[in-house]
Ligand binder design. Sequence first.
Ligand code: BES
Ligand code: MN
Ligand code: ZN
Length: 519
Amino acid sequence: MTALTLSTAAAPGLRADAIVIGVAKGSNGPSVAPGAEAVDKAYDGRLAGVLETLGASGAEGEVTKLPAPSGFKAPVVVAVGLGAEPDKDAGFDGEALRRAAGAAARALAGAKKAAFALPLAEAADAGAVAEGVLLGAYAFDAYKESAKETKGAKGAKGAKGAKGNGKAPLAEAALLGGKPRDKAYKAAIERAAAVSEELNRARDLVNTPPNDLDPEAFAAVAQTAAKEHGIKVQVLDEKALTKGGYGGILGVGAGSASGPRLVKLSYTSPKAKKSLAFVGKGITYDSGGISLKPAGHNETMKCDMAGAAAVFAAVVAAARLGLEVNVTGWLALAENMPSGSATRPGDVLRMYSGKTVEVLNTDAEGRLVLADALWAASQEKPDAIIDVATLTGAMMLALGSRTYGVMANDDAFRSAVYEAAEEVGEPAWPMPMPEHLRKGLDSATADMANMGERMGGGLVAGLFLREFVGEGIAWAHLDIAGPAFNEGAPFGYTPKGGTGTAVRTLVRVAELAAAGELG
Ligand code: BES
Ligand code: MN
Ligand code: ZN
């Protein structure tokens, strides 16, 4: 990952490939953002005019490169759009800084070192810029021969620009205008580094092809990381799942040559007053099973374990940050495949909770693995449970590809989770759980069916899950089917492919719980 430091160096004397400055959209054209005073001065105070002539407006995500003024050690200035200029006396929004830093970091792929002279009014701004840089610089090149050659020859850090289509990520970033001696600034940078590093690891897991990441391999990754960070880990394999009666997870995994797993990660703090459980859908590949998905709907289904990846990353981040809260992560891992041993539409599964479920559609598999994990999590009576899942295409139809839906059995908890998402810059939206949709899940044969009405399919899935949450436990369900995987062009700090969505919401919720601010 990109190495990041806070620096007190002055922009002109700084040795780097580029200096990044911010440009905002003012009422009379682009305006140079605070932090770039020295650069503007070297252009005789005419930088805004120069940028306007070059076509810059200050719009979000816009990148304008220009030669640095004479006397500067860095050869290039990269002006990145911050969007609308904030009101007088108000600073730039954290998310605007994060996105701008991310866009700049992406534009600097292949460079060795860049200095970021973006507006830092407070420690939180340094944290936002750091996150933007570290998340924006991300690249997944493990399967690119060209990238491998470069890394092999020069080492990942010194890679100066790989051949082929992939460029090495920006190797080093210095944030100017921060206060390296200020505790709050240091803490903000350290937090950003821990969260971004784990989030990028979640992206790696999502991007890893399903032939290399089956449930067993995912569990092994979790075991290694848990050991490294002092997290207790327990893996239930097929034998243990059978013994325990986890019919949902076993039923979904039945068609695959790679058996299912339930991974439990326990991070505990001696000072914890609250305990949280995070539950992740971990379908390492969703073919649909016997209710096979048609071509055009299965090419990206390696992303169906993004919920489990987010939960895993959040638990490790909580441990790295030493948060004073207990966090248990449950990864419900299975591969949904058709075969002679696969669950059929019409089969009835006996779930871990004891309920029976008639499987009407084997492509509605996420709720089956989650049901067992939610019930398992409930047995420990945590203060709250959050599950994260690429659960329904219906949620994408409702909210588009960048916003996840939040459902809950408790209005206050849903609001708290939604506000945490807002705070960290993860687009989310509260969704209802209309009671009338519940009867659609009735089964003639079993206690419930795994499919109900098509209309409001995302909400129906939420209603299904609700039945597997223990009495009296606050629970929220994040349906991340849209934002988990970016099929479009990169934007801000979001790359193509796995995005790591929900990691930052979960970490924020854990921080709030640790601070006693989660109700
Ligand atoms: N993994 C899919 C949902 C999904 C779709 C995630 C697109 C990401 C992108 C899930 O397992 C699924 O297939 N859901 C079905 C449920 C239906 C059969 C009730 C769906 O949404 O069509
Ligand atoms: Mn499915
Ligand atoms: Zn699925």
